[in-house]
Ligand binder design. Structure first.
Ligand code: NAP
Length: 266
């Protein structure tokens, strides 16, 4: 199913910062009509040419689609006025981390459907991940398709972990790129050259893993020539499950904050 930009309007984007802006960038690049989207944000700064950008909700018909792209801390400032404009024909899609469907339903009781989405910033290139939970709306699946991999999550409780892995994940990879470059620089390479090598290596390795049809473990074995040098490095990562434990602890701390936010923004 292809998203029908002509009939799914008005389409309001409430907030259009780093994350919603990345989604908009991709939708426009994939052919969405700029005049089919209205952005509402306090700064009034148009995120792209041709996109109607307002500082307050527009007059006129009830929106078909609302993408909530504000921070969870801003929800209670935004919800009352927005709720008054939403009707049963409205599908509300929220990208707010740690803000459950029940919290959204309590604030937007008239909405026809409520979907939580957890995108990540690589959606700007159409190579992101968008996890979805809540009311299963085919049009939302179609809307998210141009952004990258779309996955529905059955149990909303899993969404904290999904958000940690897919939503926050790019930040962890960016840290790893920096750590690889810093390590090489510390061992003697010129820092700018180390940064270039680390970045392109990760880009190529990710693309290879995505297209290989083989597990990352198998691909790692292919790099580690018997009796060669890579195995010695893998041994450092694998000793006492050092990397696996670090990744687990990273995801655990991230998801725990999601649960904490869910408790705070009930
Ligand atoms: N960043 C990520 O990688 C990521 C990934 C997944 C989910 N998320 C979720 O995405 C949401 C936004 O995060 P972000 O990183 O994009 O934050 P951000 O860059 O700070 O964007 C927040 C947006 O909210 C707008 N805003 C603030 N008050 C508003 C109001 N009263 N009415 C309408 N709009 C208002 C801001 O408008 P102005 O720009 O005009 O000030 C801005 O466009 C969060 O809920 C977060 O959990 C983020």
């Amino acid at each position: 199913m292809v998203f029908d930009w002509a009939s799914e309007r008005p389409f309001w984007m409430i907030g259009c910062g780093n994350m919603a802006g990345a989604m908009l960038t991709r939708w426009l690049a994939a052919g969405a009509p700029a005049n089919g989207i209205t952005v509402i944000r306090p700064s009034g700064v148009a995120p792209a040419a041709g996109v109607q950008t307002l500082t307050a909700l527009p007059e006129g018909p009830v929106p078909r689609l609302v993408l909530l792209g504000i921070k969870p801390q801003q929800l209670d400032a935004v919800a009352p006025a927005l709720a008054a404009r939403i009707g049963p024909e409205t599908v509300l899609v929220s990208i707010l981390a740690g803000t459950g469907c029940a919290s959204l339903r309590a604030r937007f009781p008239a909405a026809g459907a409520i979907v939580r989405a957890m995108p990540n910033t690589p959606v700007a290139l159409g190579r992101g991940v968008v996890a979805l939970t809540g009311d299963r709306v085919d049009a939302v699946t179609a809307l998210m398709r141009p952004l990258g991999l779309v996955e529905w999550i059955d149990d909303e409780e899993d969404f904290h972990l999904v958000a940690a892995l897919a939503g926050s994940g790019p930040a962890f990879v960016f840290r790893m790129i920096d750590a690889l470059a810093a390590g090489a620089a510390d061992l003697g390479l010129a820092p700018d050259q180390a940064a270039r090598l680390a970045l392109h290596m990760v880009e190529g390795a990710g693309a290879l893993a995505a297209g290989a049809g083989e597990s990352p473990a198998r691909l790692a074995d292919r790099v580690a020539s018997p009796g060669g040098m890579t195995r010695k490095g893998l041994d450092v990562l694998d000793a006492d499950q050092a990397l696996a434990r670090l990744m687990r602890a990273t995801l655990d701390a991230t998801a725990a904050r999601g649960r904490e936010m869910a408790a705070a923004f009930r």
